[in-house]
Write a protein that binds this ligand. Structure first.
Ligand code: AMP
Ligand code: MG
Length: 412
């Protein structure tokens, strides 16, 4: 039996980033950049107005007040998307819209609310500083600047930056294709009627979701019976097509535990027991260099093991610099943990009080209670030596959800 940390290290040491590929911008969301993005232009590309108003020379209106407004001649109206036909001299202004380029000669913009139009001119009743309401060329991004670096995940803001820089095509790491196989004679697919002794396969859906959420490409390969030959065939049939396999079930000690057998036969087993709860039995190894994660069958064990081993590995294969969920520290409000000598992952509901996190167990923590994962927002991690904890104790919590309503402050 090896520790969670050692198992994770071994897994991470056996995988590497996929090759880079060039894809259209629209295919980059959730993927990881395989190149540094260096700006070849300023953003914004030119000085432009931050307001609807009048472009002018700040010096012309230093003395402008409510009582003694300054009158400027208005040369033209300049909407966004066009350049001024004339340059501006002393005593002159150009009506300008947000985003339009600052006309040559102007050094500030006065917002329209502080002015009054008068036929052929404008009355200004207040002074503005040089540079007021002007967005300078390059104030967001400077030409030559490294805006995004290799290993960064592309989100909506990154897509916006890439498009501002004219990057219609981008180098990313190819997303790993992950084949998902459920094992067990008891399993039936979701569309089918339950017969005596059968249960519906849930793991392949959970895993599909987790792989997808990680940013990799899940491929459900169906259910195979507790038969080594069937599993071997399912693996060999898809070996070309996938970068990794995840199986669930068939790894505990028993007559029907076939994953280890097939893995040992087709490739090499690295480990099959990890000192954790839930999730002690699990197999990991390589088949022709491709990782196979043989996760336990119990639905919670699947998710917890995925979080600890598969997710970081997929992120590494995707080229990501960051491999782990954020962790917080929380004070527990309910007793939790048992003395098992293994690391325990307890599903907790979080709330925030006066800037501090509080955690309570979701309820029964059996490895078959999948509801606990739906209720839980995090996994409290109790070290091997910790045992039973009473309210008031502090724990580390891996955050599984950061989404609207994930936790509420007690004020709301
Ligand atoms: P195993 O690791 O194969 O001994 O399975 C442990 C437990 O998980 C058993 O109760 C199985 O019925 C259950 N199980 C295995 N695979 C699945 C699955 N794909 N969906 C739901 N439950 C499963
Ligand atoms: Mg089984």
């Amino acid at each position: 039996m090896i520790s969670v940390t050692e198992a994770r290290e071994r897994v991470l040491n056996s995988v590497k980033a996929n090759d880079p590929v060039e894809v259209p911008l629209m295919e980059t969301l959730g993927r990881v950049l395989a190149e540094d993005i260096v700006a070849d232009t300023h953003i914004p590309p030119f000085d432009n107005s931050a307001m609807d108003g009048y472009a002018l020379l700040s010096e012309d209106i230093v003395k402008a007040t409510e009582e003694n407004p300054v009158r400027l001649e208005v040369l033209e109206d300049l909407p966004a998307g066009y350049t001024a036909r004339r340059s501006l001299g002393t005593g002159q202004a150009i009506r300008i819209m947000t985003g339009a380029p600052i006309p040559p000669g102007a050094d500030a913009v006065i917002p329209v609310e502080l002015t009054e139009r008068e036929d052929g001119g404008v009355l200004v009743r207040r002074a503005v500083e040089r540079g007021a309401n002007v967005r300078k060329a390059g104030e967001d991004v400077r030409k030559g600047e490294t805006v995004l670096s290799r290993g960064a995940r592309v989100g909506p803001a990154e897509m916006g930056l890439l498009s501002s820089l004219g990057r219609a095509r981008v180098m990313i790491y190819r997303a790993p294709v992950v084949g998902i196989i459920s094992t067990g004679d008891e399993l039936v697919p979701v569309e089918e009627e339950l017969r005596p002794g059968k249960i519906r396969d849930s793991n392949s859906y959970t895993l599909w979701g987790m792989v997808r959420e990680t940013g990799a490409e899940p491929l459900r390969l169906g259910i195979v019976s507790d038969d080594a030959q069937a599993l071997r065939n399912a693996i060999l049939d898809h070996l070309e097509e996938v970068d990794a396999f995840i199986t669930s079930g068939g790894v505990s000690v028993g007559d029907y535990d076939i994953v280890k057998e097939v893995l040992a036969d087709l490739g090499e087993i690295d480990f099959w027991k990890v000192s954790m709860r839930p999730g002690k039995p699990q197999a990991f190894g390589l088949i022709e260099g491709k990782p196979l994660f043989g996760l336990p069958g119990n639905p919670v064990s699947v998710m917890v093991s995925f979080e600890q081993f598969v997710r970081p590995a997929l992120l590494k294969m995707m080229g990501s610099r960051e491999l782990y969920r954020p962790e917080i520290e929380a004070e527990i409000e309910t007793p939790m943990g048992r003395s098992t000598g293994r690391v325990e992952f307890i599903r907790v509901i979080l709330r925030e009080e006066e800037g501090k996190f509080k955690a309570r167990v979701t309820g029964p923590q059996g490895s078959g209670i999948l509801k606990s994962m739906a209720l839980g927002q995090g996994l409290a991690v109790l070290g091997e030596e910790v045992g039973r904890l009473e309210p008031g104790a502090r724990v580390r919590v891996q955050l599984l959800r950061v989404e609207p309503g994930a936790w509420r402050s007690s004020a709301t």
